[in-house]
Ligand binder design. Structure first.
Ligand code: KIV
Ligand code: NA
Length: 275
């Protein structure tokens, strides 16, 4: 398993960091086999797995439940767990307790929190308690209601300056990496040069030190809307749909199961049975 120190080195050597989300045992197993560097148990769980229309309804319990399954499937990959909506904006000591619980119950390697501002104190507190923290700036889905939707962030010089300040602040507070979602690629390049910690982009251009995508997006698994910044690397949804349709047909037609799928009783046992 790679460490936060190795992620710093990868950045320093210009070696890209690959992160993907996963939400259960099977997905985590495949991600680890593919050789990704980090797995994120994202609160995108709410949308792509639980069928909610935002991340707002995801609970700490949901995150712990799924993160445990991910850990069992990816024992040798750095696992980051999203702290969900509402779980880190109260008293900072409560936040610490919640983060400790997540780390202890899931055996994850880090937690992720969205935003700067008051969240800077959270990053400082958790980091000083020994919990690696990944920051998340730019588009913050947990604040979509306040931001007025899922929009590109940092497009004006003023917004870009604020983002650069936030990026410095999360690094200063001890974040081990920072996700940038939906920001102009020039800004990603500028910030990635300025920071020592790795930047992980999603909809943020090739200039980030690493990339992250949602599992269900890049594999087209599910019926949800796939954002513009996603490349579909395989249409797993089509393969699964075809497989399920084939199964349905075969059962209806009586072509499944065959004798090869069946268990057989010995003749003499059958004779005894019928007397
Ligand atoms: O929840 C998630 O999947 C995320 C990524 C989009 C970075 O936070
Ligand atoms: Na998230």
């Amino acid at each position: 398993m790679k460490t936060t120190a190795q992620f710093l080195q990868m950045k320093a050597h210009g070696e890209k960091i690959v992160m993907v989300t996963a939400y259960d045992y099977a997905q985590a197993t495949l991600a680890e086999q593919a050789g990704v560097d980090m797995i994120l148990v994202g609160d995108s769980l709410g949308m792509v797995v639980l069928g909610y229309d935002s991340t707002m309804r995801v609970t700490v319990e949901d995150m712990i439940h799924h993160s445990k399954a991910v850990r069992r499937g990816a024992k040798d990959t750095f696992v980051v767990v999203d702290m969900p909506f509402g779980s880190y904006h109260g008293d900072v000591n409560d936040t610490l307790q919640t983060a400790v619980r997540i780390m202890q119950e899931t055996n994850a390697n880090a937690v992720k929190v969205e935003g700067a501002g008051e969240v800077i104190e959270v990053i400082r507190k958790l980091t000083s308690a020994g919990i690696p923290v990944v920051a998340h700036l730019g588009l913050q889905p947990q604040s979509a209601g306040v931001l007025g939707g899922y929009k590109v962030q940092g497009k004006t010089a003023e917004q870009a300056e604020a983002l650069i300040r936030d990026a410095q602040a999360v690094q200063q507070a001890g974040a081990c990496a920072v996700v940038f979602e939906c920001i102009p690629h020039q800004l990603t390049e500028m910030i990635s040069r300025q920071l020592v910690i790795p930047t992980i982009g999603i909809g943020a251009g090739v200039e980030a030190d690493g990339q992250v995508l949602v599992y269900h997006d890049l594999l087209k698994f599910g019926e949800h809307r796939v954002p513009k910044f996603v490349e579909i690397f395989a249409d797993a949804g089509r393969v699964m749909r075809e497989g399920l349709a084939g199964y349905t047909q075969a059962v209806k037609n009586g072509t499944f199961p065959t004798l090869a799928h069946s268990f057989t009783m010995q003749e003499e046992q059958l004779d005894q049975l019928y007397g």
